[in-house]
Ligand binder design. Structure first.
Ligand code: SF4
Ligand code: SF4
Length: 133
């Protein structure tokens, strides 16, 4: 009867769920998505996964995100998709950069820019908007 719900939850677990507390509003992405840096682990993972589309958007000093043709920094994260006034989706949720996965850090007091307390990261979870069902 609730098979579709369970199936959806299982899929979310496999993909990695948004961290407990995160409302998926995408405000952090709006504010900071234009001045991130990829880590060496991100680059290695994207290489392994064959994500030439992401690697092409890594600029000097591992800055993300950049125009793949000019190398110039982009004004916004190109992977943020607004799905509602307070709802957004990360189009690369399954392999988003570490900086997005780890936000907010203990240096932020565990609270995101909205002041929302985000619980310590359980295995496989990520911050920021998650892929919808
Ligand atoms: S971490 Fe905060 S600002 Fe970012 S999507 Fe979640 S609730 Fe919104
Ligand atoms: S979580 Fe996704 S949409 Fe948000 S800044 Fe990171 S890559 Fe962009």
């Amino acid at each position: 009867m609730f098979g579709w719900v369970l199936k959806g939850r299982a899929a979310r677990r496999r993909r990695g769920r948004a961290a407990p507390g995160c409302r998926g509003c995408g405000i952090c992405c709006d504010l900071y998505g234009h001045r991130l840096r990829a880590t060496r682990e991100d680059l290695e993972r994207w290489n392994r996964e064959g994500r030439a589309d992401l690697l092409a958007r890594v600029g000097e000093d591992q800055r993300i995100w950049c125009d793949p043709l000019t190398g110039e920094p982009l004004p916004d994260c190109p992977f943020l998709e607004r799905t509602g006034p307070e709802e957004a989706r990360c189009r690369i949720h399954e392999t988003k950069p570490e900086v997005c996965r780890r936000y907010p850090t203990p240096a932020h007091g565990g609270r995101c820019v909205r002041g929302v307390k985000i619980d310590p990261e359980p295995e496989g979870s990520t911050r920021g908007p998650e892929e919808p069902e």
